[in-house]
Design a binder for this molecule. Structure first.
Ligand code: NAD
Length: 432
């Protein structure tokens, strides 16, 4: 049986650890954040992800396959594979990925390896980074004691466990057969589900991750611009996207018009991909345009809201996480639009089923309520920013009794306009 060490217990590291424990591997999860470790040791997941509480409880308390440490220092004698799953945010005032966390872990590994281990980069990192990790480690220890592998992660927050256990593909980038064989053995439980394992060079693997995320972001930015045209000419972008998506060459996923892409991955990955290419004198002009289009969209949507409601009124904002089923508000379009509206003098009453704590930390000027109905009280407009299930069938008859004005901005197109118009709402969808 393999022993694994996972450095970084964020959305990716912890889900990876819990799912590998589910396959039967023994997993040590390492994080330098003491508060987070304390929560984890008491069996609590530090973030909301469906199914994680149960999986952690099972493998921390019952199978005891997961344990936690604050450092890898005394932990590598018995480890076969070390995963680096720390964050790679955008560098301040730049578009490049901040790789300082990754390189710090590489230094720590170099100081601690005692027996042969594979060092696997699972964080999303620009091409060339895994080789740099190799260089950092081999500055201190014999190259025979380790190999490096790139194994990017494709899970989505909100369905992370299922995505990890039933991925569309697993990508393994190696520079020798031995490491490829170890990685294939690690993922062997997935073969039974016939998951394609794509074995490539390290560089190809690193690029696959950025190219995939950038392509998905491109689909979103594309349909959002089509939505703008639909609005002006009286067409319906949902019907356009539906008919486009039936074409198998196009596919229906990631063709939902809305307020733009957000979250902890797409915005930073699109920027980092273009920036990596620029450093190599390659102009990813499409990706640059996607980034610009998406950044402009926040202003555009804010402008559309402001021009249709009275100055400095109270508005209700529903949904703050960057998508449903997560509490993650990093680079959330909802948070950006809600914050813009506050800056413009509106009083913003918010509600989100899971992301309120994170939202409060990010912007304490917003006013937080315990339900969608309470957040709507006294509002002159309702904005639906994130399509949580519980917003899909709100009782607007009940809500309208307590509204100042009946205006709704359904940024995610979850309602049928005619239904709301029947209740005398002014309805603004996206691209219709
Ligand atoms: N979140 C996603 O949906 C997702 C999906 C695919 C890939 N990724 C990529 O995976 C990586 C991790 O993302 P995340 O969202 O899980 O990050 P995160 O910010 O949620 O978690 C990172 C964790 O690493 C810890 N950490 C940082 N430096 C450390 C060190 N030296 N030692 C120990 N722990 C350390 C932090 O304390 C934090 O708990 C990123 O590169 C991201 O782009 C994320």
């Amino acid at each position: 049986m393999m022993n694994l060490t996972i450095v970084g217990t964020g959305y990716v590291g912890l889900v990876t650890g819990a799912c590998f424990a589910e396959f039967g591997y023994s997993v040590t999860c390492v994080d330098k954040d003491d508060k987070r470790l304390e929560m984890l040791k008491s069996g609590k997941c530090p973030f909301f992800e469906p199914g994680m509480d149960e999986l952690l409880d099972k493998h921390i308390n019952k199978t005891k396959l997961i344990s936690f440490e604050s450092t890898i220092k005394n932990n590598l004698d018995n480890t076969d594979i070390i995963f680096i799953t720390v964050g790679t945010p955008t560098r301040r005032l730049e578009d490049e990925a901040d790789l300082s966390f990754v390189y710090q872990v590489a230094e720590e590994i170099a100081d601690s390896i005692k027996k042969y281990s594979l060092v696997v980069t699972k964080s999303t990192i620009p091409v060339g980074t895994t080789r740099e990790v190799k260089k950092i480690i081999s500055n201190k220890i014999d190259q025979k004691l380790f190999d490096v592998v790139s194994n990017p992660e494709f899970l989505r927050e909100g369905s992370a466990i299922n995505d990890f256990i039933r991925p569309d593909r697993v990508v393994i980038g190696t520079d020798n057969q031995k490491s490829e064989n170890i990685m294939k053995e690690l993922y062997r439980p997935l073969f039974l589900k016939e998951t394609p394992i794509v074995a490539t060079s390290i560089e190809t693997s690193e690029i696959i991750k950025y190219a995939s995320n950038s392509f998905l972001a491109t689909k979103i930015a594309f349909i959002n611009e089509v939505a703008d045209l639909c609005e002006v000419v009286g067409a319906d972008v949902q019907q356009v996207a539906h008919a486009m998506g039936i074409d198998k060459r196009i596919g229906s996923k990631f063709l939902n018009a809305g307020p733009g892409f957000g979250g902890s991955c797409f915005p930073k990955d699109v920027k980092a991909f273009a920036s990596t290419a620029k450093n190599k004198n390659i102009n990813l002009s499409i990706i640059n345009a996607v980034n610009k289009s998406n950044e402009d969209r926040i202003k555009k949507i804010t402008g559309k809201i402001v021009s249709n409601i009275k100055n400095k009124s109270t508005i209700c904002f529903l949904g703050l996480s960057f998508k449903p089923n997560t509490d993650d508000v990093r680079d959330s379009t909802s948070m950006k639009i809600a914050s813009n509206l506050f800056e413009k003098g509106y009083s913003v009453q918010c509600y989100d089923p899971k992301a309120m704590n994170n939202a409060k930390k990010e912007n304490s000027n917003l006013i937080f309520f315990n339900s969608a109905y309470e957040a709507c009280e006294g509002a002159s407009a309702i904005i639906i920013g994130t399509e949580w299930n519980e917003f899909r069938a709100l009782n607007f008859k009940k809500i309208s009794k307590n509204l100042k004005e009946k205006i709704i901005f359904d940024l995610r197109n979850i309602y049928i306009p005619e239904d709301l118009k029947e209740l005398d709402f002014k309805y603004y969808g996206t691209g219709k």
